[in-house]
Design a protein around this ligand. Structure first.
Ligand SMILES: *Cc1c(COP(=O)(O)O)cnc(C)c1O
Length: 454
């Protein structure tokens, strides 16, 4: 057996051991930051080390600091796991090491994106003619989409953005709901577009459509399906009624919520999204593809291309084929299409719908079990997010700390309406009823004996 084959065999063993330990290991790892620094640290290596020794040592050093994020009892933020086919395809993506910038660098890496891109548009109920970019995450999906919006609106105002830049350009008005995600603001900041003008939101975090006023200024309206704490979805159809005919660009942040469109029973939450000009979502959240994998779609491919298209003398473009760097902010990059293709191929439309519906059913069950323990459920559990709190902020913090310290499950806290709350997101394909039982038991114990903060 070659040394390389031995190395890969050993590594797949380490990977399988980790995945099989997810049911047992504490969800939040025990090592302190000092222990991790000591485990990884040491002087700059001066000479070579055998690859197998490197990998075994790395796995050993990391072990005490790895969060059981791929497992079924991690409910923090909005974090998906990896369905097996996507994980394996991700290994091959690294193995093949294709540069997914140009067709000429990897015909397979280009065509897999054409095919997966068309599947995604159909799955999510978006126009088949939309352009697609495979980006690192929803953050860069926003950057790409808003760059397209900026290019389109300034072109309409008679301004040549590519040539003249933003200096002296007409101002673009950007309007978003008060509960938009922070990545939207950062995208606008990166693009030199300033802070958004905020429209008030209701108690679930949905923007109040009646407060949305449009005029003839170049405008981007940002709607959201899936508020990060509550899962609430803006009434995009009503927003689209307002933007229609106004010349405004409608952008939708559907980082996880857009996946509701795959399910016949949840699709109503995304009503009207197909009328937007651009959409940002993630594959690494609810599609359960490994990081880093986000998606941007644009109903105006020419604006998308105008914003992202790249030209350089030494590059070889072929207009009949997909050169991915024309749709991405990246130049050289990982062939992200392979794991997405594998996830869709392995689950199918029905499997994805079931995965999404299952997560929502788990969230509803959490809400009912937790209210049985005395929690106040703050949100309408319409998707996979549950937002809740106990009687006082102190009690909420102490119960959360107790559950986190138990190692049985992990989720994060937040502030909602000025008060402490706990947010729980079911986004992992592996979460079972037994995982919910264990997590509820950890809550029951923490309610009985909360951890005093400080
Ligand atoms: C997670 C999230 C984002 C950011 O996505 P990344 O993949 O972390 O860049 C944006 N919007 C919403 C609503 C999210 O939940």
């Amino acid at each position: 057996m070659s040394e390389l084959r031995q190395l890969l065999g050993m590594t797949s063993g380490i990977a399988a051991d980790f995945l099989e330990s997810l049911g047992e290991r504490p969800v939040w790892p025990p090592a302190t930051v000092d222990e991790l620094r000591a485990a990884f640290g040491g002087p700059l290596p001066q000479g070579p080390m055998e690859a197998r020794e490197v990998v075994a040592g790395l796995a050993e050093a990391a072990s005490g600091g790895l969060v059981a994020e791929p497992g079924g009892r991690y409910f923090g933020f909005v974090i998906g796991g990896s369905v097996p086919a996507a994980l394996a395809a991700d290994w091959l993506t690294s193995t093949w090491d294709q540069n997914a910038g140009l067709y000429v660098c990897s015909p397979a890496g280009s065509v897999v994106e054409e095919v997966a891109g068309a599947w995604l548009l159909e799955l999510l109920g978006l126009p088949a003619t939309a352009s697609v970019g495979f980006v690192t995450g929803c953050q860069m999906a926003h950057v790409t989409a808003l760059a397209a919006a900026r290019s389109h609106l300034l072109h309409g105002a008679g301004w040549d953005l590519a040539h003249d830049g933003l200096y002296g350009a007409p101002r673009i008005r950007v309007v978003a709901g008060a509960k938009r995600h922070g990545t939207l603001d950062r995208a606008l900041r990166l693009l030199g577009m300033g802070e958004p003008e905020l429209v008030p939101a209701d108690d679930q975090g949905r923007l109040l459509v009646d407060a949305l006023e449009l005029d003839d200024r170049p405008t981007v309206v940002c709607a959201q399906v899936g508020e990060v704490n509550t899962g609430a979805c803006d009434d995009v159809a009503a927003v689209a009624d307002r933007t229609q005919g106004s010349g405004a660009w409608l952008h939708v942040d559907g980082a996880f919520g857009l996946w509701a469109a795959v399910s016949p029973s949840l699709r109503h939450l995304t009503r009207g999204v197909e009328r937007a000009d651009s959409w940002a979502t993630d594959a690494h959240k609810w599609l359960n593809v490994p990081y880093d994998s986000g998606l941007v779609f644009c109903a105006r491919p020419e604006a998308h291309r105008a914003a992202m298209g790249s030209r350089a003398e030494y590059l070889i473009f072929d207009e009949d084929k997909r050169d991915q760097l024309n749709w991405n902010p990246e130049h050289s990059r990982r062939a992200r299409g392979f794991p997405i293709y594998a996830a869709i191929r392995s689950l199918g439309q029905q499997g994805i719908a079931e995965m999404v519906e299952r997560a929502c059913a788990h969230a509803r069950r959490f809400a009912s079990e937790l209210s049985g323990l005395g929690a106040e459920i703050v949100n309408d559990v319409v998707l996979n997010q549950v937002l809740f709190r106990f009687e006082t902020d102190q009690q909420t913090a102490a119960v959360l700390a107790g559950v986190q310290a138990s190692g049985e499950a992990w989720m994060s806290g937040t502030t909602w309406d000025g008060r402490a709350a706990i947010r729980l997101s079911v986004s992992n394909w592996q979460t079972t009823n037994a995982d919910i039982d264990r997590t509820v038991a950890a809550f029951r114990a923490a309610v009985a004996e909360p951890v005093r903060a400080g």
